[in-house]
Design a protein around this ligand. Structure first.
Ligand code: SF4
Length: 478
């Protein structure tokens, strides 16, 4: 029996998330891994609707041309509405297809999907290993399993299981390799700023996404990772990691690990192998400030191996605010990390966080933090509890939007703000502007093609306007 499988990354609905794609658009790695779990005798296609103009039309066209037997959606919580709408359309068009949803939202809030009549199956946890099991059962004609991973729509026992914690992470060996060839690789890029005086052929090089570890032992309270991974940390061996880096065609690699540098010895070995094997690529990754301060030599080695930019969740330079995030990091550690990266010549992407209860003074303090961390790429998010976590349940009665899942994008507050929403987002956009003015690209006098320069400025202005206008997305905005 050969089945036709369509795996779909849905579109985003809110304007600010769409604008963000002008700067970073990574391949649907999760779906590529899911595809890797399906035996090659089946026909698999990936439909990426994340940045297309008419997603519903393209989706319906794919259904009519491809007529899949199995349709699988992935998605974050802010894409759940789109998943449910597409699933209903698919159910009408192909009533006999097996329609399923997996991904983060299915894992943290399965009940939300179980009530959708377009879906048959909600898959929790790691999707690649789940696919191996699902297709093995289908191939031998057995009923689809119903357990902590596979929840059935319209089944009372699945409803009761949906209230439990996410299933444990599988062993790394059970996670399949991504099938990267299933997407058009020319679609995916990340802005790359370059070093002082560098002349870049493009500001938007093709970029491959790669995962070398999963999970994180830390407990930042705004983050869903420890809830999903239950404090576990799965790691790929340095040898396998470097083999994969070597095997992808792209010269630019974005590591999407939750926290790549948790195990310094593993990461040191990866960098050594990259140097020994003469692999010359450029890398972006995330790291914690305390890891940078503790192991500066590790990052010196990585700079030699090609690390261009580190995303660091600094969140704040204020002790009380950091404590409120349960970050386990002092402001001084954040400051030292900024200095170390500057000395090492590794670019900094500083992620800072605004709290809904921020008043004018708090915004002014964060503005001072921007002055300290720049020149750097600087981004801002708004503190929100993650769906499915105990913090979400704690605040559930306080949410200010009718569909909090759709608004969970780290830009839209789902909690009440102290400042009126319009003023709150005006201050939020001002922070972004302050950061944009001190962009490393400007400071480094990097030369890029004129069309990329124009596109970047245009995208930056559109993004700033979208941030300032976020308050209009709320009913009765003022
Ligand atoms: S924010 Fe980063 S360090 Fe904190 S728990 Fe999440 S992954 Fe770990």
């Amino acid at each position: 029996m050969t089945l036709k499988v369509l795996l779909v990354r849905p579109h985003v609905i809110l304007k600010v998330a769409k604008r963000l794609r002008d700067f970073l658009h990574l391949e649907p790695l999760a779906l590529e891994i899911v595809a890797g779990g399906i035996d090659l005798k089946h026909e698999v296609s990936i439909l990426d609707l994340a940045s297309v103009k008419k997603p519903e039309k393209i989706f319906m066209h794919a259904l009519s041309v491809y007529t899949p037997d199995v349709i699988g959606f992935t998605g974050y919580s802010n894409q759940a509405k789109a998943v449910k709408e597409l699933a209903l359309r698919a159910r009408e068009w192909l009533p006999d297809a097996l329609i399923m949803a997996g991904g983060i939202h299915a894992t943290v809030a399965p009940k939300d999907y179980l009530s959708c009549t377009g879906l048959d199956l909600v898959i929790r946890g790691e999707g690649g290993s789940a696919m191996k099991r699902l297709f093995a059962e289908i191939e031998r004609g057995a009923p689809i399993p119903e357990d902590e991973v596979f929840l059935h729509a319209r089944s009372p026992s699945s409803q009761s299981m949906a209230g439990r914690r996410p299933p444990p992470l599988p062993d790394w060996q059970a996670v399949p390799q991504p099938r990267r060839e299933l997407v058009d690789r020319s679609d995916y890029f990340c802005i790359w700023h370059g070093g002082p005086g560098e002349k870049l052929p493009t500001l938007y090089p093709r970029t491959a996404a790669m995962r070398t570890s999963v999970g994180c032992p830390n407990r930042c309270n705004f983050c869903v990772v420890h809830y999903l991974a239950d404090g576990k940390y799965l790691q790929r061996t340095p040898e396998e990691t470097v083999d994969e880096i070597d095997s992808v065609a792209e010269e630019h690699i974005y590591f999407v690990d939750d926290e790549m540098f948790i195990n310094p010895r593993r990461c040191e070995r990866i960098a050594q192998l990259l140097l020994e094997r003469g692999i010359e690529k450029k890398y972006v990754s995330w790291a914690r400030a305390d890891t940078i301060c503790k192991y500066p030599e590790l990052f010196r080695l990585w700079e030699k191996a090609g690390l261009s930019l580190l995303y660091v969740g600094l969140e704040s330079l204020d002790a009380e605010t950091l404590e409120g995030f349960n970050k386990g990091i002092e402001p001084d550690v954040n400051r030292r990390a900024v200095k170390i990266l500057r000395e090492l010549g590794i670019g900094l992407h500083a992620a800072l966080m605004v709290r809904p209860e921020f008043g004018e003074e708090d915004f002014a303090r964060l503005r001072e933090a921007v002055d300290y961390v720049t020149p750097a790429e600087v981004t801002f998010t708004v503190f929100s509890p993650s769906p499915g976590t105990p913090l979400w349940e704690k605040y559930e009665n306080d949410f200010i939007c009718p569909d909090p899942y759709s608004f969970y994008d780290c830009f839209h507050t789902i909690l009440p703000t102290t400042l009126p929403l319009k003023k709150f987002y005006a201050r939020f956009a001002q922070l972004y502007l302050a950061g944009a003015r001190e962009n490393p690209w400007r400071h480094n006098s990097v030369k890029v093609p004129l069309k990329d320069f124009v596109h970047f400025i245009y995208s930056g202005i559109r993004y700033g306007i979208a941030l300032r206008g976020i308050y209009q997305d709320y009913p009765h905005s003022s």
